[in-house]
Design a protein around this ligand. Structure first.
Ligand code: SAM
Ligand code: DTB
Ligand code: SF4
Length: 334
C-alpha cells in the first residue's frame, strides 16, 4: 500500500519527473489504480460568469485589462443565465460546475451577493459547485461555504520564483493565504498550475512540492498547458510538447495519489493519442464544453466520442469526499 506523503523534497520530485518516460507512465498508472477507479473521469463544466477587465497583470491571461486581446468584456451574468447554463452542463454529463470571474479579489458588494445565490442554485441541482473569483478573505470563504460551495479554485500556477516574472500585481503569499482561508471554511481546495510559461523544470517541480506538502493535499489539481493568446506578453510562447504535459501529469499523480487531477487548458492543442497518454499518466478530470473561459475547447460531443473510444465513464457528483473530508476531520482531531 502506497502512503500519501506530505514530505516530498524538490530533489525527489525532480527525480520522479526525470524518470524514463515509459517507466514514469507505468508508475503513475500503477499508483492511479491503487487510489482511484481508472475507468472514471470527472467532467467539469466551466462558465465565465464575469469576463475581462481584470486589474491583475497575469502574463498568460487574455482577461487582464493591461493587454489588448480583443475579448468581449461582460459584466456579471444574471442568476437565471447561470442556472440555465448549469442545466445545459448537467444534461451534457457534467457533475461539477466551475464559475470563473475575472476579479482580482472578491468585494463585499451586490455582485458577491449574487454569486452566493448562484452557488445556492447550482448546489440545489446536485452538482459539485466550484468558484474561482480571485482572492478571498476568511469571512468571504465562510459565506461561500454556508451557501454550499464544494470547491474553490485558486492556482499557484508556477514556483514562487517564477511567479514574480509572470505576475507583478500580487504575491505568492497572497495566493497561499487565500488557499488557507478556503481550508479554514472547510471548502475543498482546487489548486494547480500552468506549464509553458517559459519556466524551468525545477519551477514545475517546486510548484508540485508546495502543493504536495500542504497539510491536506488539494482535493483537485488542474494542470493547464498555456494557451498562448495574441495580445498577451506570452503570445509567442511555443506550444507545450505533449511529452512535457505527460511528464507533469504523471509526476503530479505520483506525489498526490488521490487528488482529482484535471487535464485542463490546452486540450484543443492536443490530439486524441496525446490525451490518452495523459489519462494513462493519471489524469482523471477534464473541463468539457466548447469554451474554457474565453478560449476554445473540444465540444461535449467530441469528448463523449473520446470517452467511448477509450472506454471511460463520467464520474458521478460527490463521489469524492464531502466538504468535511475524512482527512480534514483527522487533522482537526489531532
Ligand atoms: N481571476 C481568478 C484567478 O486568477 O484566480 C480566476 C480565473 S483565472 C482565469 C484561473 C486560472 O486560469 C489561472 O490561474 C490560470 O491557471 C488559468 N489560465 C488563465 N489563462 C490561461 C491561458 N491562457 N492558458 C492556460 N491557462 C490559463
Ligand atoms: C483552471 O486551472 N483552468 C481553468 C479554470 N481553472 C478556471 C481556466 C482555463 C482558462 C484558459 C484560458 C481562457 O479560456 O481564458
Ligand atoms: Fe485576472 Fe485571474 Fe486573469 Fe489574473 S488569471 S488577469 S487574476 S482573471
Amino acid at each position: 500500500m502506497t502512503a500519501i506523503r506530505n514530505n516530498w523534497t524538490t530533489e525527489e520530485i525532480l527525480n520522479v519527473y526525470n524518470t524514463p518516460l515509459l517507466d514514469l507512465i507505468y508508475k503513475a498508472q500503477t499508483i492511479h489504480r491503487e487510489f482511484n477507479d481508472a475507468s472514471e473521469v470527472q467532467v467539469s463544466s466551466l462558465i465565465s460568469i464575469k469576463t475581462g477587465g481584470c486589474a491583475e497583470d497575469c502574463s498568460y491571461c487574455p482577461q487582464s485589462v493591461k493587454y489588448n486581446t480583443g475579448i468581449e468584456a461582460h459584466k456579471l451574468m444574471t442568476l437565471e443565465e447561470v442556472l440555465f447554463a448549469a442545466d445545459k452542463a448537467k444534461e451534457g454529463g457534467a457533475s461539477r460546475l466551475c464559475m470563473g470571474a475575472a476579479w482580482r479579489e472578491v468585494r463585499d458588494n451586490k455582485d458577491f451577493d449574487r454569486v452566493i445565490e448562484m452557488v445556492k442554485g447550482v448546489n440545489a441541482k446536485d452538482m459539485e459547485v466550484c468558484c474561482t473569483l480571485g482572492m478571498l478573505t476568511e469571512n468571504q470563504a465562510q459565506r461561500l461555504a454556508d451557501a454550499g460551495l464544494y470547491a474553490y479554485n485558486h492556482n499557484l500556477d508556477t514556483s514562487e520564483d517564477s511567479y514574480k516574472k509572470i505576475i507583478t500585481t500580487r504575491s505568492y503569499d497572497d495566493r497561499l493565504n487565500t488557499i488557507k482561508n478556503v481550508r479554514k471554511a472547510k471548502v475543498t481546495v482546487c489548486s494547480g498550475g500552468i506549464i509553458g510559461l517559459g519556466e524551468s523544470v525545477e519551477d514545475r517541480v517546486k510548484m508540485l512540492q508546495t502543493l504536495s506538502s500542504m497539510e491536506i493535499q488539494p482535493e483537485s489539481v488542474p494542470i493547464n498547458a498555456l494557451v498562448p493568446v495574441a495580445g498577451t506578453p506570452l503570445e509567442n510562447q511555443p506550444l507545450v510538447p505533449i511529452w512535457e504535459m505527460v511528464r507533469m501529469i504523471a509526476t503530479t499523480r505520483i506525489v498526490m495519489p488521490k487528488t482529482v487531477l484535471r487535464l485542463s487548458a490546452g486540450r484543443n492543442q492536443m490530439n486524441l493519442e496525446g490525451q490518452a497518454l495523459c489519462f494513462l499518466a493519471g489524469a482523471n478530470s477534464i473541463f468539457a464544453g466548447d469554451k474554457l473561459l474565453t478560449t476554445p475547447n473540444p465540444s461535449f460531443n467530441e469528448d463523449m466520442e473520446m470517452f467511448n473510444l477509450f472506454g471511460l465513464t463520467p464520474r458521478k457528483a460527490f463521489k469524492g469526499e464531502k466538504k468535511t473530508t475524512k482527512s480534514l476531520q483527522e487533522v482537526e482531531s489531532k
